[in-house]
Design a protein around this ligand. Structure first.
Ligand code: NAD
Ligand code: LMR
Length: 336
C-alpha cells in the first residue's frame, strides 16, 4: 500500500483509551480558544471536545472535526445551547472574555470579564457541578474568587476543583531560565506562586530544578521578565490582543495534567491559583498535587527556605493580591 506519512503514523498512535474524558471550552472561537481546542483534540485522553461561544463556533468546530484524531467535536452557540455543552463534561476551561491592549492592566478587564465569568460559572454549577473548572479569563486574581462565590451561592462549591490557570507563568519561567542559564529546556522546572498579575506573580528561582544558582542581577532580571511576560506580548501585538498561542499551550498542559489525575496517575503536580491556607490570603497560587478529586495536597515545602529576595517579594505582593481577591468577592456578593 502507499507509504504512510508522518502525521498518519502520529495520529494512529492516538488510540482511544480505557478511560476517556469530555472537555468543554467556553470562549472556543477566540484567540486562545481555537488553538486550545486543537491541542485538546490531539489528546489521547479525550473522547469529546465541546466548543462553546456566543458566535463563530460552528466554523471552528467544522474545521477542527476534520482532524483524524479519536475525539468527537461538538459545537454550541449562545446561552440557549450552553446547558447541553456542559452536561456530562469532566473539565470546563474558561478563556471567555476580553484581552488587554497596550497600557491596560489585567484589572482594567474586570468590568467586562467579571460578568462573563459569573454567568458561565452559574451554568457550570447548574449542569456539571462535579467538573474541574479552569479559569483563564483575566483578572484571574479576581475571577477565581468570583467563581468560588457563585458556586457557593449555588451550593456546589468544591474548592479542590476550582483552578485559576497560572501555567503560563511556569511555562515562561522555564523558558526564560533555560535560555539564560543554557539549560536543556525539557529539564527546567520553576515553581511560580502568588497570583497572576504583575508583582503578584512570584517565580521561586531558588527552587528551580535542576538546582541552579543565579546572581542577584539574574534573579532581578528574570523575575521582572517573568512578571511582565504578558505585557511583553501585549506590547508586541500592539492592540491585536494578548498571549494566545503560548496560553493555549499552557492551558492544554494543565488540561492534560488534570485528565491524567482523573485517570488515576499518582504523580501529577502543577502550579495553580486556588483556595489556600498556605498564607493568610484566602486564594494563592502554589504547586499542588492533583488527584481524582482535584487538589490532593498543597506543596507547602516550596515556601520554606526562601531567599531574602523571595521573602520580600512575597510580603510585597500580598496587599495587591488581597485587594484583587476582595474585589472579586465583593462583586459576586453584591449581585442580586
Ligand atoms: P479573544 O477576544 O480572542 O477571545 C475571547 C472569546 O470569548 C471570543 O471568542 C468571544 O466571543 C468569547 N466570549 C465573550 N463573551 C462570552 C460569553 N459570555 N460566553 C462565551 N464566550 C464569550 O480573547 P483571548 O485572547 O482568547 O483572551 C481571552 C481571555 O483570556 C482574556 O480575558 C485574557 O486576558 C485571558 N488570558 C489569560 C491568560 C492567563 O494566563 N490566565 C493568558 C492569556 C489570556
Ligand atoms: C498573560 O499573562 O499573557 C495573560 O494574563 C494576558 C495578559 O493580559 O497579559
Amino acid at each position: 500500500g502507499p507509504k504512510r506519512g508522518v502525521m498518519q503514523r502520529f495520529t494512529n498512535q492516538l488510540q482511544p483509551r480505557a478511560s476517556s474524558f469530555k472537555v468543554a471550552v467556553l470562549g472556543a472561537a477566540g484567540g486562545i480558544g481555537q488553538p486550545l481546542a486543537l491541542l485538546i483534540k490531539m489528546s489521547p485522553l479525550v473522547s469529546a471536545v465541546h466548543l462553546y461561544d456566543i458566535a463563530n463556533v460552528k466554523g471552528v468546530a467544522a474545521d477542527l472535526s476534520h482532524c483524524n484524531t479519536p475525539s468527537q467535536v461538538l459545537d454550541f452557540t449562545g446561552p440557549s445551547e450552553l446547558p447541553n455543552c456542559l452536561k456530562g463534561v469532566d473539565v470546563v476551561v474558561i478563556p471567555a472574555g476580553v484581552p488587554r491592549k497596550p497600557g491596560m492592566t489585567r484589572d482594567d478587564l474586570f468590568n467586562i470579564n467579571a460578568n462573563i465569568v459569573k454567568t458561565l460559572v452559574e451554568a457550570v454549577a447548574d449542569n456539571c457541578p462535579d467538573a474541574f473548572i479552569h479559569i483563564i479569563s483575566n483578572p484571574v486574581n479576581s475571577t477565581v474568587p468570583i467563581a468560588a462565590e457563585v458556586l457557593k451561592q449555588k451550593g456546589v462549591y468544591d474548592p479542590k476543583k476550582l483552578f485559576g490557570v497560572t501555567t503560563l507563568d511556569v511555562v515562561r519561567a522555564n523558558t526564560f531560565v533555560a535560555q539564560k542559564k543554557n539549560l536543556k529546556l525539557i529539564d527546567v522546572d520553576v515553581p511560580v506562586i502568588g497570583g497572576h498579575a504583575g508583582i503578584t506573580i512570584l517565580p521561586l528561582l531558588s527552587k528551580t530544578r535542576p538546582s541552579t544558582t543565579f546572581t542577584d542581577e539574574e534573579v532581578e532580571e528574570l523575575t521582572v521578565r517573568i512578571q511582565n511576560g504578558g505585557t511583553e506580548v501585549v506590547e508586541a501585538k500592539a492592540g491585536a490582543g494578548s498571549a494566545t498561542l503560548s496560553m493555549a499551550y499552557a492551558a492544554a498542559r494543565f488540561v492534560e495534567s488534570s485528565l491524567r489525575a482523573l485517570d488515576g496517575d499518582g504523580d501529577v503536580y502543577e502550579c495553580c491559583f486556588i483556595q489556600s491556607e498556605l498564607t493568610e490570603l484566602p486564594f494563592f497560587a502554589s504547586r499542588v498535587k492533583l488527584g481524582k478529586n482535584g487538589v490532593e495536597a498543597v506543596i507547602s515545602a516550596d515556601l520554606q527556605g526562601l531567599t531574602q529576595y523571595e521573602e520580600k517579594a512575597l510580603e510585597a505582593l500580598k496587599p495587591e493580591l488581597k485587594a484583587s481577591i476582595e474585589k472579586g468577592v465583593a462583586f459576586a456578593q453584591k449581585q442580586p
